[in-house]
Design a protein around this ligand. Structure first.
Ligand SMILES: [Fe+2]
Length: 196
């Protein structure tokens, strides 16, 4: 059963440079976020050695809703942790022109990918084709980098925790209703960690 809920934001202190998350932020500040370099950003996400102690300050579960904790944000990218209660899934959404990288930190995520058949570039008519389902365990990384990349993310079994990079930071996106064949503009906090 899936649940609809709005995400809650948490304030977080910036990780120290001594820890793995601080090291990741330092590396991301020097990263090339152009599409051609997406593999190197994914590698940074994959290589960071996450453990429960470094994640603990940013892991906040809430009943019936996802939570999102920002670790870092500047003009080029944002890094945040999402905690997914069991059975919660995001809406189907795009990432505009921003690159999106997700690293599973705990549990398993299910990611359904979609392609535009017609419409879907702006609010209104949108016809989507389901192109595949990924089941990602801890340590796995997935990326959306091209305009028109669309997905739906959620916990596969039990709770999950994931680490996300948006480059550039993304506050608005399109969310899609496949039954109505429409899409509309939404805040990313309603689309990414919220669920349906
Ligand atoms: Fe997403």
């Amino acid at each position: 059963m899936t649940t609809f809920a709005q995400a809650a934001d948490h304030d977080a202190s910036i990780p120290t440079s001594a820890g793995p998350l601080g090291g990741l932020i330092a590396a991301l500040r020097d990263a090339d976020f152009r599409i051609a370099a997406a593999g190197s950003v994914a590698a940074l996400m994959s290589d960071v050695r996450l453990d429960e102690s470094c994640l603990a300050p940013y892991v906040h579960f809430a009943t019936g809703r996802s939570t999102r904790t920002c670790l870092f944000r500047d003009a080029r990218f944002e890094l945040f942790v999402v905690c997914w209660p069991e059975s919660l899934r995001s809406a189907i959404h795009d990432h505009g022109g921003s690159g999106s990288f997700v690293r599973v930190a705990r549990g398993m995520l299910r990611i359904d990918d979609f392609a535009l058949v017609e419409g879907g570039r702006r609010p209104g008519y949108a016809d989507l084709a389901h192109t595949g389902t990924q089941r990602l365990g801890a340590g796995s990384v997935d990326a959306l980098c091209a305009q028109g990349d669309i997905h739906q993310v959620g916990a596969l079994t039990g709770e999950a925790v994931s680490l996300h990079v948006y480059a550039a930071p993304l506050d608005r996106c399109l969310i899609f209703d496949r039954e109505q064949m429409t899409c509309r503009t939404s805040g990313t906090r309603d689309a990414e960690p919220a669920a349906r």
